[in-house]
Write a protein that binds this ligand. Structure first.
Ligand code: DP6
Length: 351
């Protein structure tokens, strides 16, 4: 019979967690990863991180002994961020005082795609390590498990909180949304068939690391001249979007989605330390897309994250026309394209 200690050494779990794209954007935070406004996103499917976490006996007296590998090689920089995350949140991990942790992480999307991977990475890390804690405590992995994983993921990267659920997820306290919380995201389940099976083609306009990180971007909202109005607008829009998703109002969705993307970048451009992340290709793609929508009367729209890449959103029913347009009409604007779609949330890959 294996002793408890040996059992703990054999623990190895693997989780896959998808990325997500925000429709209403989280931009600005306070305290310990508390968002200044609520946000709502679409969970993706093909863009994900896989994390294998394994425990072994400690060989040093560090408070947290972590070996972090990204795609087979030691990743010093992200490893340090993860080690700090583990140390700051050690109450979630009762094994951390005694055990060394090895994490092997990999992304489904190319390293240089310019896709922000912190949401899927912190999502998968949180799920894997919380899974180990739950198993040791003999706790069932029910709804509360995902809520706690969302809370933990938020502490690593705010947008990661929303990757725990299928399709549409909302994060941040909002008077008009029942059960909404600053601590964790919730699933938005009342979705009109119009918004089921949404597709997201990610046009990689530039694949260099961005000049200004999201953390710096968030901090620039602290003394931003338009901050208060922006936070108010985003809260109102989140509640409005819940209703749009319920009623199937595609026109309102398109308008809100595009306005959110441009407002996010307007916040960057109007910060005291102003900066610009869009590139010529971003603007050309947006203009061509708007023209295509007008001429063909097809419900397709764009959004942006904190970078130059363009996310093209459209219902699956229109994939033929939109994808032909992306492959031909937009071809000069991007380096590569990743075709993604609404996903079902995280999955555990071994038992
Ligand atoms: C523009 O979640 O990357 O993508 O909490 O500092 O890790 P941290 O920030 P992060 O910010 C995401 C910003 C955004 C909008 C969004 O996803 O809501």
């Amino acid at each position: 019979m294996e002793t408890d200690k040996e059992l703990m050494n054999n623990v190895k779990v693997t989780w896959r967690c998808p990325s997500n794209i925000a429709i209403v954007k989280y931009w600005g935070k306070k305290g310990i990863q508390i968002p200044c406004n609520s946000s709502l996103s679409l969970t993706l499917s093909n863009s994900f991180t896989e994390v294998e976490a394994q425990l072994s006996d400690k060989t040093t007296d560090e408070a947290v002994q972590l070996s972090y590998f990204f795609e087979g090689a030691v990743n010093e920089k992200f490893g340090q961020r993860v080690a700090k995350f583990l140390e700051d949140n050690r109450e979630f991990f009762p094994f951390i005082a005694e055990k060394a942790i090895t994490i092997n992480s990999s992304n489904s999307f190319p390293h240089s795609a310019g896709i922000a991977s912190s949401a899927s990475a912190f999502g998968a890390i949180s799920l894997a390590l919380l899974d180990i804690s739950y198993s040791m405590e003999g706790k069932e992995k029910d709804e509360a498990f995902y809520r706690e994983a969302s809370n933990l993921a938020r502490l690593g990267s705010g947008s990661a909180s929303r990757s725990m659920y299928p399709a549409f997820a909302q994060w941040g306290e909002n008077d008009k949304i029942q059960h909404s919380s600053n601590q964790y995201a919730i699933e938005i389940t009342d979705i009109h068939p119009t918004f089921r099976n949404m597709k997201d083609a990610i046009l990689i306009i530039e694949d260099e690391p961005k000049k200004v990180s999201s953390s710096v971007g968030h901090s620039l909202m602290n003394n931003h001249p338009y901050a208060e109005n922006r936070f108010k607008q985003a809260n109102e829009r989140t509640a409005e979007l819940v209703n749009i998703l319920k009623t199937g109002d595609m026109e309102a969705f398109i308008h809100m989605c595009e306005s959110e993307a441009l407002t996010l970048h307007a916040m960057m451009m109007t910060s005291m330390d102003y900066y610009l992340l869009v590139k010529p290709g971003t603007i050309t793609a947006i203009e061509k897309l708007m023209e295509f929508r007008k001429e063909n009367n097809i419900p397709v729209c764009f959004t942006l994250d904190a970078g130059p890449n363009v996310h093209v959103l459209y219902p699956k029913a229109y994939e033929k026309q939109v994808e032909a347009f992306i492959n031909n009409g937009l071809r000069d604007t991007y380096k590569k394209v990743i075709f993604d779609q609404e996903g079902n949330g995280p999955t555990k890959l071994n038992s």
